[in-house]
Write a protein that binds this ligand. Structure first.
Ligand code: NDP
Length: 483
């Protein structure tokens, strides 16, 4: 039943009193915070307030971090029993849970995502990754990955800004469980939760040098990628940088995993449960402002239900609350950076120019900070750039199809292959479609669900290797994958 009744929401702001942000940060190397030389600001994208000054790591800092990681690897971590390593991972997981509110507030301030998402998704999932991998640390020989699996050595890890702490957990937890040590670089615009994680490592009394965190920009990332003292590179980010990294490591002995972009098809068949489907479409593209590599950014509607779905989707979008990320009622927060906003604006303008029809609900956007209203484009064809390129924002491209075969052809007509969604009440149709789709993760009657036990990764230009589950563990062990 549709109703026009609306309720006013009273503001429900989360307090930021729980976090202490230092005016300036250095790097975390060899178990200690060491001062940086050059600094750059990190801002709150919802207000443009400068939160802190972050150190920009150069060659000497990356060298020191790799040296500390190597020392910790040879002298301590690779020699320690899996049972002992597991204890540290459990300890880290429990401290993350204890300090969850602090992490959530800090993540929202630095990233712009709604507190409801950092509190209910990012931080609990990050802790879950440490719990899950703590369980593997003393059971590696039973993982079906050989009788005596051995770590790779020092892992260089480079992560993006869309899920800062969660991406750290995806990278650090399996590396440590398998017996590797790490040098991690968070994204330039979201370094604060990684630096708080460094404090957690100290609190857990993790041996010095097992986790090293250097902050900086792409130049720091390149120094890590090209460092001869590193055995494995794990990267999440754009396909463009992924290709640069693939070229850089090709002539070396480094192992590599790449989690890159996506342009996922979310396919709605005519027998789909429409109301649930509309919720799934909204979750698929507007979760985390659409800053999600596996976002359901291409909606494929079967023609016979297209009108009904679009009508209900627009109704539902009218109710999306965009604004202050610290308000517990907010659904869509700020765009992470000025640069990302410019990219979203530019690609949306291309959608207009190519003849697609743009629609957004009426919504008042804050005057400061970086904002983009939830948007859908209808009348999109496969040739449109907004159907082919990753917009990485709250923008949905809608296409239609007549037959299931046409849906599959359109869904697979992309250089990417990270994820896909299927909405249908028919099990046989869902299974048939999932076997035809070239995507690493396929959700049926749901979207954007994550679990540490489930491998995640893509085909084609969406990357190499898997993270999570046994497959993700294998990527940090010798002779098992990508060597
Ligand atoms: P990047 O791929 O540039 O950034 C990801 C990480 O790589 C960051 O830590 C970045 O550092 C670092 N980096 C940048 N250049 C290099 C390099 N040459 N060598 C090694 N590391 C490097 O993504 P952006 O933040 O620039 O976003 C651009 C686009 O990428 C987005 O619009 C979106 O489409 C896509 N993207 C996809 C993601 C995904 O999960 N698939 C995640 C993020 C972005 P720093 O941030 O400090 O510059």
């Amino acid at each position: 039943m549709e109703t026009d009744m609306t309720f006013e929401y009273a503001p429900a702001p989360e307090s930021r009193a729980i976090v202490t942000i230092k005016p300036k940060y250095g790097h975390f190397i060899g178990g200690k915070f060491v001062p940086g030389s050059k600094h750059f600001p990190t801002i709150n994208p919802a207000t443009e307030e400068v939160l802190s000054q972050i150190a920009l790591a150069g060659k000497a800092d990356v060298d020191a971090a790799v040296k500390a990681a190597r020392k910790a690897y040879t002298s301590t971590w690779s020699k320690m029993s899996g049972k002992e390593r597991g204890k540290y991972l459990y300890r880290i997981a429990r401290i993350m849970q204890e300090r969850a509110r602090e992490f959530a507030v800090l993540e929202t301030l630095d990233n712009g995502k709604p507190i409801r998402e950092s509190r209910d998704t990012d931080i609990p999932l990050a802790a879950a990754h440490f719990f899950y991998h703590a369980g593997w640390a003393d059971k590696l020989e039973y993982a079906g990955l050989g009788t005596s699996p051995k770590p790779l050595g020092v892992a260089g890890q480079i992560i993006p800004w869309n899920f800062p702490l969660l991406m750290l957990a995806w990278k650090v937890a399996p590396a440590l469980a398998a017996g590797n040590t790490v040098v991690l670089k968070p994204a330039e615009s979201t370094p604060l939760t990684a630096l708080l994680f460094a404090e957690v490592c100290q609190q857990a009394e993790l041996p010095a040098g097992v986790v090293n965190i250097v902050t900086g920009d792409g130049s720091t990332g390149a120094l890590i990628v090209n460092h001869p003292g590193i055995d494995k590179i794990a990267f999440t980010g754009s396909t463009e940088v992924g290709k640069i990294i693939a070229r850089a490591v090709a002539p070396t002995k480094k192992s590599v995993t790449l989690e890159l972009g996506g342009k996922a098809a979310n396919i709605v068949f005519d027998d789909a449960p429409i109301d649930e489907t509309v919720e799934g479409i909204v979750n698929g593209i507007f979760f985390n402002q659409g800053h999600v590599c596996c976002a359901g950014s291409r909606l494929l509607l079967q023609e016979s239900v297209a009108e009904e779905v679009l009508h209900k989707l627009k109704n539902r979008m009218e109710k999306i609350r965009v604004g202050d990320p610290m308000d517990k009622n907010t659904d869509v927060g700020a765009i992470n950076s000025k640069e990302q906003l410019a990219k979203i604006i530019e690609l949306s303008a291309v959608g207009d120019a190519e003849g697609a029809e743009r629609w957004s609900p009426a919504c008042e956007l804050p005057s400061k900070g970086f904002w983009f209203a939830p948007t859908i484009f209808t009348g999109v064809t496969q040739a449109h750039r907004i159907a082919r390129e990753e917009i990485f924002g709250p923008v949905l491209s809608v296409l239609t199809f007549r037959t299931p075969q046409e849906a599959i052809e359109k869904a697979n007509n992309t250089p990417f292959g990270l994820s896909a969604g299927i909405w249908s009440e028919k099990g046989s149709r869902t299974l048939w479609a999932s076997q035809q789709l070239r995507a690493g993760v396929i959700w049926a009657n749901t979207f954007n669900k994550f679990d540490p036990t489930s491998p995640f990764g893509g085909y084609k230009e969406s990357g190499w290797g898997r993270e999570g589950g046994r497959h993700g563990l294998a990527a940090y062990l010798k002779g098992v994958s990508h060597e």
